[in-house]
Write a protein that binds this ligand. Structure first.
Ligand code: FE
Ligand code: FE
Ligand code: MG
Length: 162
């Protein structure tokens, strides 16, 4: 990759790559959690919720792509083995052992809230040091904020319809 492109990063590259790999792990686990949740969902507003979970699954995969491309650009290697995902992930994986749409929504809201906080932490660390990664994280964060709201809105609708 570009030598100068790397030189303009004003922080330790390995530290930055580690932060991005942690986010990459979170994203992949989120993809699976949304994917399997959409398969097993049952209960109130199932069609609407399945549609939303599938949309978010696609968004999280896009985020994983953005992170992996940036990791490679910085001279790093995206996590190579699935077991690394659980090991490195900051937000972890919440097993959807209850397939009720309300429980799925609650779990996924927690996941989104963890993601927002995790990206905020990364942003605070890289502000003024790497404007390209900053810009990417801001875009991802905008999606996560929207995700949280979408899921909270659905949960609210369910509560109102009781
Ligand atoms: Fe994401
Ligand atoms: Fe999200
Ligand atoms: Mg949405």
């Amino acid at each position: 990759m570009g030598t100068i492109g790397r030189k303009i990063v004003g922080m330790d590259l390995n530290e930055l790559i580690d932060l991005l790999n942690e986010a990459l792990a979170d994203e992949w686990l989120a993809v699976y959690q949304y994917w399997v949740g959409a398969k097993i969902a049952e209960g109130r507003m199932r069609p609407n919720i399945v549609k939303e979970l599938e949309e978010h699954q696609n968004d999280e995969l896009k985020h994983a792509n953005m992170l992996a491309d940036r990791i490679v650009q910085l001279g790093g290697t995206p996590l190579l083995h699935p077991k690394d995902l659980l090991e490195k992930s900051g937000c972890g994986y919440k097993t959807p052992s209850n397939s009720n749409t309300v429980e799925l929504l609650k779990q996924n809201i927690e996941g989104e809230q963890c993601a927002i906080m995790a990206y905020k932490k990364i942003l605070d660390k890289i502000i003024g040091k790497d404007s390209i990664t900053m810009n990417m994280i801001r875009k991802i964060m905008e999606d996560e904020v929207e995700h949280e709201q979408d899921l909270e809105d659905l949960l609210n609708d369910i509560n109102l319809s009781k």
